[in-house]
Design a protein around this ligand. Structure first.
Ligand SMILES: NC(=O)c1ccc[n+]([C@@H]2O[C@H](COP(=O)([O-])OP(=O)(O)OC[C@H]3O[C@@H](n4cnc5c(N)ncnc54)[C@H](OP(=O)(O)O)[C@@H]3O)[C@@H](O)[C@H]2O)c1
Length: 329
């Protein structure tokens, strides 16, 4: 897979580093709104091709896929443009909080026989699979509750994360991981309620949400730009609990701890590079060797839950989620 980077975002560094560790992916091009920046970036990272403007990258026949690392509010527009240009798309999280956009984009990808994948890299880490298997396999008995947290202190209010016009906010930036973790363990939510703390720029600097899932499972989510750096996923069951200390960035280190029957056990987890596994799954999907781990149903489930939590936080009260048969998959 010959990949082009659509922007010079900071997160590209992880993708360039991960691509260098696999022979499945070659990062060959970058585009920036600023030509000097594109050329300097290509030189610094040893990339063959630098493009002035994102359209030029999409017109480049030397690439068959693009990595979209733009601010959230630009994900959908540029994913659609990339698909229309015949490129496979790996788009950073969160794809969108608008279910209709997700449906439109996946329809466009299917019609063009291209792969579109949302870049929630933690899902590719073996730790995530292990946690999912333990909970689904009854290691803590019947699941009762999920608690998911992701926070860090955002001081730079000029950053896209703090700008409403680029769809910033804590829910979108870090809350999308909490939503994903809750959905992974407890299934698609049926109802949402939330409280938010608005910042001076108009985005949610913190959002505290509750999701009600089937079988009386409730998840509580905390997404915050006004607390210190924390991440945690806890699954509470009838017979025990499972605590994942570094659920979203397993590489930052932290145990998976299983407590039941008065005993505490640290679950061994294989070390792995989630960014490399994500790229390899994307390449496999393009070559028809595997399904994308994160396809249409997952992106749609994410968008529906994000939309419901946003609406609940804005309006107060409980929002009932629309569910569709495609989410049963
Ligand atoms: N999966 C992960 O681990 C992870 C981690 C961090 C972030 N992310 C996601 O990756 C995306 C990028 O995050 P980031 O922190 O890496 O972003 P960033 O460093 O702020 O870069 C965003 C890039 O978008 C381009 N851009 C185009 N229009 C822009 C505008 N109006 N304002 C600002 N930038 C604009 C810029 O590139 P040019 O100037 O070159 O055109 C800029 O370098 C976000 O969606 C975020 O949620 C994912």
């Amino acid at each position: 897979m010959r990949l082009g980077l659509l922007s010079t975002a900071r997160i590209n560094g992880e993708v360039i580093r991960a691509a260098a560790t696999t022979d499945r992916v070659e990062v060959v091009a970058v585009a920036s709104r600023d030509g000097a920046k594109a050329h300097a970036y290509a030189r610094e990272h040893g990339l063959e091709r630098a493009h002035v403007g994102y359209e030029a990258l999409l017109a480049d026949d030397a690439i068959d896929a693009v990595y979209i690392s733009l601010p959230n509010g630009l994900h959908h527009e540029w994913s659609l443009r990339a698909l229309a240009a015949g490129k496979n798309v790996l788009c950073e999280k969160p794809y969108s909080r608008h279910p209709a956009e997700v449906e439109g984009a996946f329809d466009a990808a299917a019609a063009a026989d291209l792969v579109l994948m949302e870049g929630l890299m933690y899902r590719h880490h073996p730790q995530t699979r292990r946690v999912q298997e333990l909970v689904a396999g009854g290691a803590i008995g019947a699941l009762r509750a999920v608690r998911a947290t992701f926070s860090f202190a955002l001081h730079d209010l000029a950053n896209a994360r703090a700008l409403p016009e680029l769809d910033g906010g804590a829910l979108m930036d870090v809350g999308c991981y909490c939503v994903s973790g809750a959905r992974l363990l407890a299934g698609e939510p049926q109802r949402a309620s939330a409280e938010r703390v608005l910042g001076s720029t108009g985005v949610d600097m913190a959002l505290y949400g509750t999701l009600r899932h089937a079988e009386n499972v409730v998840s509580q989510l905390e997404a915050s730009f006004v607390a210190s750096r924390r991440q945690r996923l806890e699954a509470v069951g009838s017979d025990g609990t499972l605590v994942v200390e570094a659920p979203w960035r397993a590489d930052w280190g932290g145990d998976v701890v299983l407590r039941r029957d008065g005993s505490t056990e640290t679950v061994p987890v294989e070390q792995a590079d989630a960014y490399r596994l994500q790229l390899e799954n994307f390449a496999d999907a393009i070559e028809g060797k595997a399904d994308p781990l994160l396809g249409r149903a997952d992106a749609l489930g994410q968008a529906r839950a994000l939309a419901a939590l946003s609406e609940a936080a804005q309006q107060g009260g409980v929002v009932t989620l629309r569910t569709g048969p495609e989410l049963a998959a």
